[in-house]
Write a protein that binds this ligand. Structure first.
Ligand SMILES: [Zn+2]
Length: 280
């Protein structure tokens, strides 16, 4: 049986790109904050290089503008560069016009830096969703701007669409189709839990994550793992975050590197573009 290639993805943002902390650290202060992206991205690149794996890096336009050399370094190592938007605003907080501007600005900045095509998008905090704060209108805007795939719909309560598929699927829009690539979650008695990245990847037992990925792969389905540079930073700058954010951002932070190393040994990984191949 052919081995299934899983997606390793990184949201390239800085330690202060945390949603809903505008009152603690407004975007107008970002330029004054120390950037720790380069150091942390370098660690991720070293691990991927050691395992000869190429990944997909969803780059925030703000980071591409401030640190173009870091994005060039990622691209020159052969990784896929995709978009994480420009200003790290959740999609449902923008109007369709504002989203269109944020999206095209990020794509333009990234393409100026790398000279390559940008085919994929991931919204900050999985913010393409339905119901309260419906933002599914973003999908045709992505297609109209030449994006071929999206990784913004998490099959999760509160921040996502709990009933959304846990497998990759195709969405038809008025401007063409979009391939949707959801993050790895595990179905439990309390609903789906995020085990493919963030606090979930750090906190849940590794055996549980490996089993969930193995089960998907047995069905021929790739899993999506997602990482953030700040999760490779054991001593980030301190700001007065609410307790819940402190846990989400920093809880068991040292385990990310160990989890990534184990995943790299246990499963084959690649970039999303590599997984889709010519069908994208
Ligand atoms: Zn983000």
């Amino acid at each position: 049986m052919r081995k299934v290639l899983n997606a390793i993805t990184v949201d390239v943002e800085d330690w202060f790109h945390i949603c809903n902390i505008e009152t603690i650290l407004p975007p107008s202060e970002w330029d004054r904050c120390e950037s720790r992206v380069e150091k942390n991205v370098t660690k991720i690149l070293e691990i991927l290089s050691k395992h000869r794996v190429f990944g997909t890096f969803f780059v925030l336009g703000y980071v591409a503008r401030r640190l173009p050399e870091v994005i060039k370094m990622i691209a020159e190592e052969g990784h896929e560069i995709a978009s994480h938007g420009f200003g790290h605003t959740q999609v449902y907080k923008m109007t369709p016009d504002e989203f269109n501007r944020d999206l095209t600005r990020s794509k333009r900045v990234i393409q100026e830096v790398t000279g390559g095509q940008v085919l994929g998008y991931r919204a900050p905090e999985w913010s393409i969703r339905r119901g309260r704060g419906n933002s599914l209108w973003a999908l045709p805007i992505l297609a109209a701007n030449g994006f071929r795939y999206d990784s913004s719909i998490a099959p999760l309560r509160i921040i996502g669409i709990p009933s959304a598929s846990r497998k990759p699927y195709t969405i038809q829009t008025d401007h063409g189709k979009i391939e949707e690539f959801p993050p790895l979650v595990k179905n439990t008695w309390v609903g789906n839990v995020p085990i493919g990245g963030g606090w979930g990847l750090r906190v849940f037992p590794y055996g549980m994550i490996r089993k969930a990925m193995g089960e998907l792969n047995c069905q021929g389905i790739p899993a999506v793992i997602f990482l953030h540079p700040s999760e490779f930073d054991p001593d980030p700058p301190k700001i007065p975050l609410p307790v819940s954010k402190r846990f989400v951002c920093h809880g068991k932070i040292k385990s990310t590197e160990e989890r990534l190393e184990r995943l790299m040994v246990d499963f084959p990984f690649g970039a999303i573009r590599e997984i889709y191949g010519d069908s994208l």
